[in-house]
Design a protein around this ligand. Sequence first.
Ligand code: UDP
Length: 369
Amino acid sequence: MYDYLVVGAGLYGSIFAHEAKKAGKSVLVIDKRPNIAGNVYTEKVEGINVHKYGAHIFHTNNKKVWDYITQFAEFNRFTNSPVANYKGELYSLPFNMYTFNKMWGVVTPEEAAAKIEEQKKEITGEPQNLEEQAISLVGRDIYEKLIKGYTEKQWGRDCKELPSFIIKRLPVRLTFDNNYFNALYQGIPMGGYTKMVENILEGIEVRLGVDYLENKEEYDAIADKIVYTGAIDAYFDYKLGNLEYRSVRFENELLDKPNFQGNAAVNYTDRETPWTRIIEHKWFEFGKDEEGNDLPKTVISREYSSEWKPGDEPYYPVNDEKNGKLYAEYKKLADNEPKVIFGGRLGEYKYYDMDAVIASVLDMCEKEL
Ligand code: UDP
């Protein structure tokens, strides 16, 4: 008998297990995948740490979270500065003076502000959806070239149907600062995320390739409590209907050249290109191997977004009103499961960044352990 069975070896589950062990509890971690680390999993290909489930760039303003995670890995000084490719025109992201200069030829912050001011006039009153929010932040030109196509591909929904908070993730700056995140701390764990999660899970029993929901009764019987980090609607066998998620598919290519696109992330912001972005993984670590040598080859991943259907991996919860209501119903069911703690992006149906997941699990540990 274990004190805790943790379902899912991603960040939430691993950190919970680590803290439980530290508190003297017995804990077993299981995951249906053949590997630990959930969606932060990285795999070495030709000396390059490939982010197998999409790019993960750690960033936070939370010192407690930063101090916590840096126990398990040293972080490099990677700063995310994606480039947008709109039909062959390149723009700097997030929206900053380089972007405004390229878009409008403006040179001073005042000129840029005046352009935005003039274009945002079309939105009167409080923005009601992502489209209105975007136009009122940066104006119609930028909305049309850098936001609309990308957002509609990523979410598979019209920008008028999407909640405005999604676009508020992106900074708008009247300075020549193209650091994507407003974060005090940022970087990529040296040696890869998988190594970091291995360190978190050190000394903890982990069983991979086992499906909790398929053998639920058996697993429920071996622990006093369950920490479940899978999808909340799957836990309840979708009995109230399924929550909507976006899934992602990656086409990975190993290229026999040192440099494909000169940047870790290039977003394809037009509607016609079928992928949303291309990640060139080596640039997360400056194109070097662990000894500091230049890597001769490169691995790229084209990212395609699709609506989740049963059997796919869920990546992004679609946090709109309709799904919010359904989630609230599932949450009520979850609250009536005294043995089970639901956590993480899928367990809480929340568009969490990694640092928010860590903050959330540490809070839970304080209450629980
Ligand atoms: N976004 C956009 N154009 C871009 C990049 C992002 O319009 O070139 C918007 C889009 O609505 C997207 C949101 O910003 O859904 C968040 O994007 P981000 O790339 O930060 O999301 P991630 O997939 O990294 O969580």
